[in-house]
Design a protein around this ligand. Structure first.
Ligand code: ADP
Length: 206
């Protein structure tokens, strides 16, 4: 049985940075965004369901689902958002289960950017929640520098995501990413030791 740590945080908080550090320590990292992208690819059953629901206008020239258009629709329509989440998350969980069952490491990290928004789907599935917490000012500056996006775009995305308070409420561990990367990496190494220990406690006979 693999101990599952879910890593979450807002846009630009440092999730990729932190998950890369875990990966360099040998921890298997599974990104739910990658799974979600595979689920909406042509030929996947979810593709058909989504096109049936939203029509051909969400397709691009190559008949792939235009994820930007889909995001735009669900941004303005709460029912459509719920529908899509209910379609995708059980399947994401299934894919996670399959991938995790093949692992032979003590624990794994699953990256779930929208964990708070979809906590009901994951709460019985994860052993621990790790939050990369970042001040909004840092999130904005880092995302703008990384994506070359405007201040308004980044602010809009942040406003559409869960609040910092809601994220803190589900977190078991918090990495405050307001420091030099070198220090952040050291904190990841400490958490790694902690998770190794927790994972071993889980497999110890009672
Ligand atoms: P997320 O995956 O949460 O969207 P990233 O890990 O991609 O966030 O971080 C956003 C950007 O900020 C990246 O370009 C990353 O290199 C940079 N970054 C993250 N943490 C720090 C930090 N502590 N100091 C300086 N730059 C950082």
């Amino acid at each position: 049985m693999t101990y599952v740590v879910a890593l979450t945080g807002g846009i630009g908080s440092g999730k990729s940075t932190v998950s890369d550090y875990f990966a360099t320590l040998g921890v298997p990292v599974i990104d739910t965004d990658v799974i979600a992208r595979e689920l909406v690819a042509i030929n996947h059953p979810c593709y058909e369901a989504i096109v049936q629901k939203f029509g051909n206008s969400i397709l691009d020239d190559r008949l792939s689902i235009d994820r930007r258009k889909l995001r735009e629709i669900i941004f303005h329509n709460a029912d459509a958002k719920k529908w899509l989440e209910n379609l995708l998350h059980p399947q994401i969980k299934q894919a996670l289960r399959e991938q995790i069952s093949k692992l032979s490491y003590f624990y794994c990290l699953i990256v779930v950017p929208l964990l708070v928004e979809n906590f009901e789907h994951y709460k019985n599935f994860v052993n621990r929640v790790l939050l990369v917490d970042s001040l909004e000012e840092h999130q904005i500056n880092r995302t703008m520098a990384r994506d070359h996006s405007s201040l308004a775009t980044v602010k809009n995305i942040i406003a559409s995501q869960a609040s910092r308070e809601a994220r803190l409420a589900i977190a078991d561990d918090i990495l405050l990413n307001n420091k030099e990367l070198k220090i952040l990496k050291q904190e990841v190494e400490l958490l790694h030791q902690k998770y190794l220990q927790k994972a071993q406690e889980l497999i110890k006979p009672q």
